[in-house]
Design a protein around this ligand. Structure first.
Ligand code: GRF
Length: 202
């Protein structure tokens, strides 16, 4: 059975990676397989999650010289078809995005085009939403291009902002109700598209 080989790039606790792992375990990733995890920082929680799930995991520190070249080599070595950025804090250059032959998707913890782009990551996104006073926020999965959070939107899910929310409370609700739901769904949609394209070339 043809499947898309998926690499997940991570920088932190890995709860979005865990959502992908849990989805794969329950058979929700029909068209793709988690084949590689790359952490751009040593010692982060996502590494342990990958290891517990038996997924090959490499640490390539973001500050290392030729970081993108090393990532490209790892993707090639593992015959990766698509890349998922899951809590990944690095910004991939336009050159890297153009060179990688397959789709790259990212989860952003807001309803793009709100609260996105350069400098909007992690708690800062939720702080900005609270500062603005929006009553609804959410998460977006989008294709990655050379513009931070600029690629075509794949899926979005709205989440209520509640009175008394702190950035931490809002972040947790957006992760639980939106990010961890959307990312596996989007990964399966994109992987299924890759499989269809592979089948058409047979
Ligand atoms: C969270 O702020 C999440 O909204 C964003 O990255 C951060 C950590 O994600 N996507 P994870 O737990 O490392 O997946």
């Amino acid at each position: 059975m043809l499947t898309a080989r998926i690499a997940v790039l991570v920088s932190g606790g890995g709860t979005n990676l865990q959502a992908l792992i849990d989805c794969q375990v329950r058979g929700g990733l029909k068209s793709g397989g988690l084949s590689l995890v790359i952490a751009d920082k040593a010692g982060v929680g996502a590494i342990g999650r990958a290891e517990s799930a038996g997924i090959p995991c490499q640490v390539i520190p973001r500050r290392e010289p030729d970081f993108e070249g090393k990532v490209s080599s790892a993707l090639e070595a593992h015959r990766i078809d698509m890349v998922v950025l899951a809590g990944f804090l690095g910004i991939l250059s336009g050159g890297f995005v153009r060179r990688f032959p397959g789709p790259i998707i990212n989860i952003h913890p807001a309803l793009i085009p709100s609260f996105c782009g350069k400098g909007f990551y992690g708690l800062r996104v939720h702080q900005a939403a609270l500062d603005y006073g929006v009553k609804v926020t959410g998460a977006t999965v989008h294709y990655v291009n050379e513009i931070p959070d600029g690629g075509k939107i794949i899926l979005q899910k709205a989440v209520d902002v509640l009175p008394g929310d702190t950035p931490e409370m809002l972040q947790r609700r957006v992760m639980e109700q939106a990010e961890w739901v959307l990312l596996p769904q989007a990964a399966e949609l994109v992987a299924a598209q890759i499989v269809r394209e592979k089948e058409n070339t047979l």
